[in-house]
Write a protein that binds this ligand. Structure first.
Ligand code: NAD
Length: 471
């Protein structure tokens, strides 16, 4: 395992949130980032992991950031206006932190556009406004005002994040395998390449097979990463980038009535909206259309315009098969119609088998469908670094890559993973990804039915969203 120090963070290094991802990223920072330990602070309201921080000689500031205190707390930690914020919390408003980071002149990274509490549950907002589209549009709009400011990487974990880098590798691989010349340098080049390759859509196709020896206790929501994170996004409406090849909206599907309109939303929770998808080893499977920033940033990035008109855009969405315990937990929560009272994140030590296959499934091109991604077992994750399972490692290594890229490119203003140097980021991350594999398949969503029932389907074009949607 490489111990190479890839970049140095000058000034203070402040991590917000020390949950499953925060704890996992710490050993990677210690290995690969040059930083002043005396100026690293972890802001975390829970005392649970204070001993671990003490063991690592890192200062623990035991406080919950709120709309009232966040500016005071953070300004106090960056008296000289140099350093980096790595936001790995829930319930802290990312946009407010991004604005403050610009004002203070410090670098910033997060893995999701998180709002203050009250947005995900019990919100008076109409469902269209509880989607990620308005959150992302606010970030993009704000970014225009901070062009050239301190780099602020928005939404860079595994997905959103790493999958955008894998998508670029996948496109280059598909171009090489189909004899299409490719040397993309700009956003327009990448979008043109995807169009020339004939990609109609992309699933962020994930299968988490991690299991523990202990059966899931009834009433306890079990997952391999943040339960709060999964519940928050799972009970937002399903949302997806909407390709130019699509013929009709799905049932309960709505276009947005403002902004660039690269996405649609469905008036159902993503945690209860299934699509047919495909992952290596298992082959065809169900995935959940849980809303994610990459389902918006990818179709936006890969839109080809003629004048103002979008002439090409891929469909894009998450197709997530969480670990079996989380599938059962969601089934229970959906059936009960209420949020769980108890929760548990499976640690690497509890997990007895399985791993996480996380990649991009590009479909509709000359070779049918292609899955390209990381296949990492929990056993290998355990060998690579402490405090994390396979899912965590795909996320934490992407956070590490984002930190390196931000330190090396400190004046880029607001960016998303699609706009970063995918080759550099994957070079940093690859030692932690297990096997990065490419699989072609002749599968289409029209195949495989256990008995035929009435269904809305389009036999003329297998790659219409209506054929994927299983509800
Ligand atoms: P977690 O639930 O294990 O940890 C979140 C931490 O935030 C907890 O320790 C909690 O105490 C802390 N926190 C809560 N309120 C806070 C406040 N007001 N101020 C400071 N800290 C507070 O979650 P996790 O699995 O570590 O995930 C962290 C974040 O990363 C979540 O937002 C999650 O959605 C996101 N995530 C992104 C990806 C990705 O691939 N992009 C993957 C996994 C997780």
């Amino acid at each position: 395992m490489t111990q190479e120090v890839h970049a140095t963070v000058e000034g203070a290094l402040v991590m917000i949130g020390f949950g499953s991802i925060g704890r996992g990223v710490l050993p990677l920072i210690e290995r690969h980032i040059g930083f002043d330990r005396a100026r690293m602070v972890v802001i975390e309201p829970s005392a649970d992991y204070a001993p671990l921080l003490q063991e690592h000689g890192i200062r623990h500031l035991q406080v919950a950031l709120t709309a009232e205190n966040f500016a005071g707390v953070l300004c106090g930690l960056f008296p000289d206006g140099t350093g980096m914020i790595v936001n790995l919390s829930v319930d802290v408003d990312s946009i407010e932190l991004m604005k403050l980071a610009q004002t203070m002149g410090v670098l910033y990274i997060d893995t999701v556009v998180e709002p203050w509490p009250g947005f995900y549950f019990g919100s008076p907002l109409p469902n269209a406004e509880r989607t990620n589209y308005p959150l992302r549009e606010r970030v993009r709009e704000l970014g225009k005002a901070y062009a050239g400011g301190p780099t602020a990487v928005s939404c860079c974990g595994a997905n959103p994040g790493m999958v955008s880098w894998l998508l670029k590798e996948a496109l280059l691989r598909l171009a090489a395998d189909t004899g299409v010349p490719a040397d993309p340098q700009s956003r327009e080049d990448w979008a043109g390449l995807m169009q020339r390759l004939g990609v109609k859509g992309i699933h962020i196709a994930e299968r988490d097979t991690q299991v523990s020896a202990r059966p899931k206790p009834p009433g306890v929501f079990v997952n391999t990463w943040s339960v709060d994170g999964l519940l928050s996004e799972g009970y937002q409406p399903a949302e997806l980038g909407w390709g130019t090849h699509e013929k009709k909206l799905p049932p309960l599907g709505h276009a947005f009535d403002n902004g660039p309109g690269y996405a649609i939303w469905i008036d159902r929770p993503g945690a209860d909206t299934r699509v047919r998808s495909w992952c290596p080893e298992v082959g065809p499977q169900y995935g959940l259309v849980i809303t994610h920033n990459e389902a918006l940033s990818i179709p936006d990035y890969y839109t080809v315009r003629d004048g103002g008109r979008a002439v090409y855009r891929p469909t894009c969405h998450y197709a997530y098969h969480p670990c079996n315990d989380a599938v059962l937990s969601l089934y229970e929560a959906n059936g009960a119609g209420k949020l769980p009272e108890a929760q548990h994140i499976l640690t690497a030590e509890e997990i007895t088998g399985g791993g996480d296959d996380l990649g991009v499934l590009l479909y509709g091109h000359a070779k049918g469908a292609m899955w390209y991604g990381s296949r990492l077992s929990c056993a290998e994750a355990r060998r690579l670094a402490p405090y994390q399972n396979a899912t965590g490692m795909q996320v934490t290594s992407a956070v590490l890559a984002a930190m390196v890229w931000a330190a090396e490119n400190p004046g880029e203003g607001f960016v998303e993973a699609d706009e970063m140097d995918h080759a550099r980021c994957l070079a940093v991350q690859r030692p932690y990804l297990g096997s990065v594999e490419c699989h072609y398949t002749d599968w289409t969503p029209l195949q495989n039915r256990i008995n035929r029932f009435a269904e809305d389907r389009d036999d003329q074009d297998p790659w219409q969203f209506v054929n994927f949607l299983a509800v």
